[in-house]
Write a protein of this length. Structure first.
Length: 448
């Protein structure tokens, strides 16, 4: 109704067939086909089966056909519309198809519908094409293994077999690539990048996916990623080469602009980074030098400690030897003080072990000798002459051994006195009378 004037009426719904048998339930309308006024489609989408609605459509929205046949077609007219929705039939969703083949056929139909909408080159048709492509994508994703959706009531979930999976994946890849192209037409760059990335996960060498993702990345300002994708396609596609040249020019202009805008900031940052790296290297070298010096100092201290220990051992050994020497000297001095024998006439007797025979062939016991009384010098000389040892010389040897804590049969670690030599007392030799030769004696007499 426009300006209180009825423009179109589709009649009332009675539920019975008309006299001519043409229609029982009014007119059939397919929503989202582009054949009906957008305002009416939006109104029908908000209604339920069996409901009634009255819409006021402004001049801004009053453009398009009032029926699916396209007649009448309004252009900026404000109207009132009374709608009665008799029944509703929705197309099957993901997992609601009876077979995988039916789901694949549905996806192919949506692909054709999307291509037809994309060819119309309007923003509304681009959006409609995206909806067609996504409907087919959802249906095919639901039949892939691991992503099976809900099944129709009373039916099992649909899962594509190994023979059906390649065909499903091919159609799904085509739907994603076409949807990416539609998103590029709508300037939805992020959605286009996501769709192309999904294709490249299963087909890394797909040139269409690289090209369309490169275009979207360039619009998002990711020039490096865009150039990386376009270089893969530039060898075989002229449009890719042209787009790559444009992106490289943009990158150079951005660099020049940044350099002119920030001036020497980047140079200062670079110099600052180099200075920081230089300081870090110097600190590292200083740390290495310090560790090396500490290692040398530890080695020097260890050498000094070892030398000190060796010196201490030598000093203790010298002190022990000196102490032993003093003990021996004291023992010798004590023995000489007790002996009444003159050094010119008597010498220390030779040390003889127990039971050793002397010159006369009889064994002599040293203990018995030590108990004998000191003899006179004459007796001592006589004894020495006969080859036996008596008196003070033997007692001197015994006293020396007792003073150092050892005896003739003891295992002593002290050094023993050298064995005494045998000595004999002889008479004074007679003077030698040298006789002169006869010629000397004669001459001597003559002179006399």
């Amino acid at each position: 109704m426009r300006n209180s004037e009825l423009i179109l009426s589709t009649g009332t719904y009675s539920g019975d067939a008309c006299a001519d048998g043409t229609s029982k339930k009014g007119r059939e309308i397919v929503v989202d086909e582009g054949s009906l006024m957008v305002a009416l489609e939006l109104g029908f989408k908000e209604m339920e089966a069996g409901s009634r609605a009255c819409l006021r459509i402004s001049e801004e929205w009053g453009c398009g056909a009032l029926t699916a046949e396209g007649n009448p077609n309004l252009r900026g007219a404000a109207i009132w519309a009374e709608l009665l929705l008799h029944t509703v039939e929705n197309e099957p969703g993901p997992g609601e198809h009876p077979t995988v083949a039916a789901a694949l056929a549905f996806a192919c139909t949506k692909k054709q519908q999307g291509n037809a909408s994309l060819a119309l080159n309007t923003q509304a048709d681009y959006s409609r094409a995206c909806r067609r492509y996504r409907a087919g994508m959802l249906v095919l994703e639901a039949v892939l293994p691991g992503k099976a959706g809900k099944a129709a009531p009373g039916a099992a979930a649909l899962i594509a077999t190994d023979d059906q999976i390649p065909g499903v994946q091919d159609v799904l890849k085509a739907l994603r690539l076409n949807a990416a192209q539609a998103e590029l037409k709508r300037s939805h760059w992020k959605e286009a990048v996501a769709l192309c990335s999904e294709v490249l996960l299963s087909d890394p060498g797909n040139l269409k996916a690289h090209f369309r993702r490169g275009l979207a990345e360039a619009e998002l300002g990711n020039l490096a990623s865009a150039a990386s994708d376009l270089r893969l396609v530039a060898a075989t596609d002229r449009d890719a080469r042209r787009e790559l040249a444009r992106i490289e020019a943009l990158r150079q202009s951005f660099r020049a602009e940044e350099k002119s805008t920030f001036g020497g900031v980047f140079d200062k940052m670079r110099k600052s980074d180099e200075e920081r790296e230089r300081r870090e290297q110097e600190c590292q070298k200083a740390e290495e030098l310090r560790k090396e010096q500490e290692k040398k100092e530890e080695q020097r201290r260890a050498n000094e400690k070892r030398r000190a220990e060796e010196e201490e051992r030598r000093r203790k050994k010298a002190e022990e030897e000196e102490a032993k020497k003093k003990i021996l000297e004291e023992a010798v001095a004590t023995g000489e003080g007790d002996a009444p024998v003159k050094p010119a006439q008597q010498q220390p007797p030779k040390q003889v072990a127990s039971g050793v025979p002397f010159a006369d062939g009889k064994p002599v016991d040293p203990e018995a000798l030590s108990k004998q009384t000191p003899a006179t010098p004459g007796e001592t000389a006589a004894s020495l002459t006969s080859g036996t040892m008596h008196g003070p010389l033997e007692s001197l040897d015994q006293q020396l051994l007792k003073s150092v804590g050892s005896g003739p049969g003891d295992n002593s670690k002290l050094a023993m006195m050298p064995p005494p030599f045998e000595s004999k007392v002889t008479d004074k030799a007679p003077p030698v009378d040298y006789q002169l030769p006869a010629f000397l004696r004669r001459g001597k007499k003559g002179k006399a």
